[in-house]
Structures are given as structure tokens and as C-alpha cells.
Design a protein around this ligand. Sequence first.
Ligand code: NAD
Length: 719
Amino acid sequence: MVYQGNRITVTMLEDGIANMQYNAENESVNKFDTETNKQFAEVVNALEKADDIKGLIVTSSKGVFIAGADITEFVASFKQSEEEIKDWVININDAFNRFEDLPFPKVAAINGAALGGGCEMTLVCEYRVMSDKAIIGLPETQLGIFPGFGGTVRSTRVIGIDNALELIATGTPKKALDALKLGLVDATVAADDLQDAAVDLVKKCISGELDWQAKREEKLVPVKLNQLEQAMAFNSAKGMIFAKANPKQYPAPALAIAAIEKHVNLPRDKAIEVEAAGFAKAAKTPQAESLVGLFLSDQLVKKLAKQHSKKAHEINEAAVLGAGIMGGGIAYQAASKGLPIIMKDIKSEQLDLGMGEASKLLGKMVDRGKMTPAKMGETLSRIRPTLNYGDFAETDIVIEAVVENPNVKRAVLKEVEGLVKDDCILASNTSTISITFLAEALERPENFVGMHFFNPVNRMPLVEVIRGEKSSEEAISTTVALATKMGKVPVVVNDCPGFLVNRVLFPYFGAFDLLLKQGADFAHVDKVMEKFGWPMGPAYLIDVVGLDTGVHGAEVMAEGFPDRMKPDYKGAIELLYENKRLGQKNGVGFYKYEMDKRGKPKKVADEATYELLKTTTDSDKQTFEDQAIIDRTMLAFCNETVRCLEDNIVSTPSEADMAMIMGVGFPPFRGGPCRYIDQMGLDNYLALCEKYAYLGKAYEAPQKIRDMAAAGETFYATA
Ligand code: NAD
């Protein structure tokens, strides 16, 4: 035994070959946490002293190789100053560099995911051999940072500038064959042969058959490209990378490129210093704080879903009522995740439409080579379209997705309750009707919950699971388990008009309407909000949602929260709706829609909209600075999010932020409405609320914000 720790051990195998194994005790994965970094430095000390080692392999005892750094530690680490963060990573790099410099060859045996620091660990070895089931990559930019354990330095030397830039800027991990093609690994083998292959490679190094010193040397020196070749590599990569993500919104790839540009002509130790400085700069950006926070929130939401699922009944078969936009989508999603589902409608043409949509989606996957025709057939056969309730006695859960009409829904739910087994869960996909109210029609209201999917179901990750007054824990649990089984992220919320996401979205539409009334141009508002980071501005969004749906939702919200959601004027959305402009669905809303070459609706400006809006716009038209547009709409949005926390509609800021990002596309790099308030500073936020309070209650700061500001609190401990 050369070294024994509870994160890493080093043992001797045979013929002077050592096995450095990552095997974090009592942990499901290996990661670079403080303790692992400490032990790695101790390992290097021990290896430097050992005189009987001729070669070494790096292995893992877990299913993953090394998952990367411990992201939970980033929160505290990134609170340090930029200089301290730089020193912190340089200190860790010292062990990596000394490991690289050991006087014998080293081969990484990559058995599972080697991500971030895990990939960087393999890059300090001279050779890498990979299981054909493993993946490898540098996903750090997805967290708003970039590789800091020498990853930008060594990858550029090993696979070339253009490949390294692509690997780092996109953050997408590579499968074994792709990694081999890139030269990121030297061989791929079947999982069972991995260790033997690694030992074999080390032996070839020891015998001199492989020139491992040359392999090491190329990582210690500047990149071998002349100035012109370098300029070309950087320019083409920048064009491609910045076209994918706006560097103002997601600065990490740009910072990585800048660091790499600076260090490609430097020897390793100097290059590592440049990387460390750039890493520290990225770590201090608000985007890194948001994206690291989001990663942790995502983990929390998944953990909560697991806890919520504890009382779940087994689900072997589901049913959906309604084969419309949502019912069809729900049936497709269940079937594609392996769950048999009955799809019932009252119109056979709707059933055909639902099945047609499912075939279209699956057909696209077959076209892209992501699914075989046989698998497509198998998936489709899991959906059983029907016009009657024949098979409902066996089903474990019924999702109701019929028209948004309380009377129809109550009648349908009551009818189906009489036909299913006693413990069958009933869930409604209503977007606006109170779950407690719908439950009144039922004999077993405890078995009833809301299960709110978003459109399009196959693409939108969020499902709100709504607890009515009488919903049982088993019903919540089973619905959460079903959402997870369907590949969705469930967030449990309490019942209120609009639940969580729509309750927050409508004040935002209200703020938009008020801006238009006072003279703002809807196309300009869209531009400003898209620049702010929304995938689409409010006018375009309401066109996609449908103005009929919008107006109906607004009525429900106005009744539920008249103090801040009932305007005393007719807004643009209502006016356009009255003029039969329903949005994308009938080709005219705020914009006009024309089909592009691929048959997708493309929005174009429409003079007729401006003519119509003249009738609702104040005569003393105002002009608005971009910042005023952002502040007014975001105050309405964020205030309502906080009110949902105040009213216990949603339990934690993490769930609220995740729901807004997944449900309506809140800009992820801003971390969600609660993070947005934190980053603005609660006092600044309060001041903004005061500035706009004259516009109405929606803009007034909720009491919770006042209390938090007075107590010096923030939503997240990191702010
Ligand atoms: P839709 O009009 O496309 O589909 C409704 C379907 O229900 C139709 O096929 C209709 O024939 C069928 N139907 C009516 N009565 C029925 C009955 N008694 N039994 C079986 N089927 C019946 O509507 P949609 O957009 O799919 O919306 C369905 C539900 O989902 C509504 O409650 C809606 O509020 C909610 N929702 C819609 C969206 C959206 O963006 N479309 C998003 C989230 C939630």
C-alpha cells in the first residue's frame, strides 16, 4: 500500500505498476471536494518519494470515473476575492503539475463519466484509455465558469485549439468513439477489458515501445501552430461559439477563449497561471453565481421530488381524457417513456389527430437516426386510442385534459370516478380552475390533484403538481412519481388561481398591457425583453399561447386577485382578442404569421395591429427607456413570485426559480426571479418598487421583501 485515504488509495499491482484509485467512501460518486484535493496532494507527496514505481494507472471504483468538482463547495469558494480564488486554484494545480512531472508513465482508465476535474485528471496522464460506455468532457461553461485544473491548457495541446475550444465552449461531453476521433483518448475498449488495457499501455511505456516522454512534452510547451494558423482557429471558433450563446448573457465561453488565446504561446506553468486568473474572473460573474445556484436548485428540486414520491402507488397503466393539444402530448410523452396509456376522446377525428401528432414526433426521431422504426412502432402501440371507458377499471391514474370549462370538467371527472378502481388517482391538467373547486364534484376528493403540463408537452420540462384542500399525500406522491417517470421535473404547489406559474405570468402580461396603454410599442418591448434574455418577448409569447387563452386566464386571475390583476381599462390583449386576432393559431395576433420554407410560422409586423391599438392607447403617449420597460415588467413578475412564497403556494425560492425557468423561460443566466432580486440587492429592489408603486398594487413591494430587507436577509445565502 503506497497511500490509503478515504477518497484515494494507491496500491501496487505487479511489475512495479501502481494503481491510484478514486474510491470515495460512503459517496455515490467520486468528485474533487476539499478532502479529495487534500488527499491528492498527499498522494503526490507519497509518489514523489516512492522509488519502486515504474508506471501507474488511474482508476475508479465507482460507476463514474470522477464526476468533477464538488459544486456545493463553489458557493463558499466563489465568495472569496478574485485574487483568493486564483490562489486557490493555483494551489490545486500545483499537485496536478507535480503529478504530471512524476518520473514514470501514467495511464488513465476511464470506466465512466470523466467530467470537468475528472477529465482534467486524465489529461495529466500521458495516455487515456476509455470504456466504450464512458463519457468525457469539460462542461464547466454550463456553470458560468471554465476548466481550472489545467483543462484549457492541456486540452489545447492534446487535441488542438479548434477542438478544445469546441469542447470547452459548448460543454457537451463526448462519447467514447467521438473522444477517440478527437484524440482526447488514445484507445477505447469494452468495459471488462479496461484495466488490462491500461496496464498493457503502461507496460508498453515502460518497455520503451511507446514514447511517453514525448506525449508528456507536448503538454508542457506552447501549442505548435504559427500565428496565422492560431488566428484562423480562434476567429472561426469565436464566430461559431458566439452565434450560439450571447457572450454578454453567457460570458464564460468568451472568458475561456480569451484565456486560451493568452496562454497558447506559453509553457505549462505560465499558461496555468493565465488559466487560473481567467477562472477567477469567470467565478466572480453574476452569471456563474446564477448558474451554479441553478445547478444546486435543480438538485434540490429532484431531491424533493424523490421525497414526495415516497407514498406513491405503483403505476403500470395510465389514461388521459382528451386527445387535444395537451392530451395528445401527454399520451405521447408517457408512451415514449415506456408507460402504456389509454387516450380517450369523444371525437374520433381528435383521436386521429392525437395519434398523428405522436407519429409525427416519433417519425422525426427515426429520420434523425435517434430511433429505429421498430421502436417507433412499439412506442405507438403503447397508446390505446378509444371512444369509450371500456378499459378504465385497471388504470392506476387518469389525467383529465378536456376543454377548459369547469362544468365539463366536473361532469367528466365525476363520470370517470365511478368507473375506476377506488385507489385510482385522478389528476386534472387544468390551467386555471381551482383544484379544490373541481374536487367538490367527487366522492373521493382525496384521490384528486392538479397535474399541470406545459405546451408543448414533449419539450417543456416542468409539471406543476397541485395540492387541493383535500388531496392526500398518496395522490400527490403518485402524481409526482408519474411526472418523474414521464421524464418531467415536478414541483409541488398549493392551489390558488393560476397556481404558481400562471399566477406569476399574468401580472407580467398586465405590466406589458399597461406599457402599451401608455404608449410603448409592443415590438420594441419584445426586443428589449429578448435582449434581457427571454426567449420571446411578451407580445410574441401571448401570440404563441393564444390571445383567447390569455384573455380567459386574465379573467380568472382578475377574479382571484382583483387588487392587482383587474385593470380598470381595456388592454391591448383583450382588444386584439375581440378583433378575432387569436395569435399564431389563426395567423394574426400582435404580429402576422406567414409560413416559412420549413412550414413553421414566421412573425412579421402588421400595420393593422397598430391601427387597432390606437383606440386603447392614452392620448398623451409616453416614451420609455429600455430600463423602465425591464423594471416595470420584472417588478410585476418578481413581486408575484414573492407573494407566492409568502402565501406558501410554493415552498422554497429554489423551486420558484426553477419553475419560472422551466415553465416560462425566465433567462437561466439570471437564475430566476428570486436570484434576480438578490443580485439587484433587496434595498435597491425596494427602491424600485417605491418608484413604481404609483402604477398599482402589482408594483408595490410585498411585505416579505420589506421584512427580509430590514433583517438583512436574502433568498439565497450566496448573495
Ligand atoms: P383542446 O381543445 O386541444 O383539446 C380538448 C380535447 O378534449 C378535445 O379533443 C375534445 O374533443 C376533448 N373532449 C371534450 N370533452 C371530452 C370528454 N367528455 N371526454 C373526453 N374528451 C373530451 O384543448 P387543450 O389545449 O389540449 O387543453 C386541454 C386542457 O389542458 C385544458 O384544461 C387546458 O386549460 C389545459 N392546458 C392547455 C395548455 C395549452 O397551451 N393548450 C397548457 C396547459 C394546460
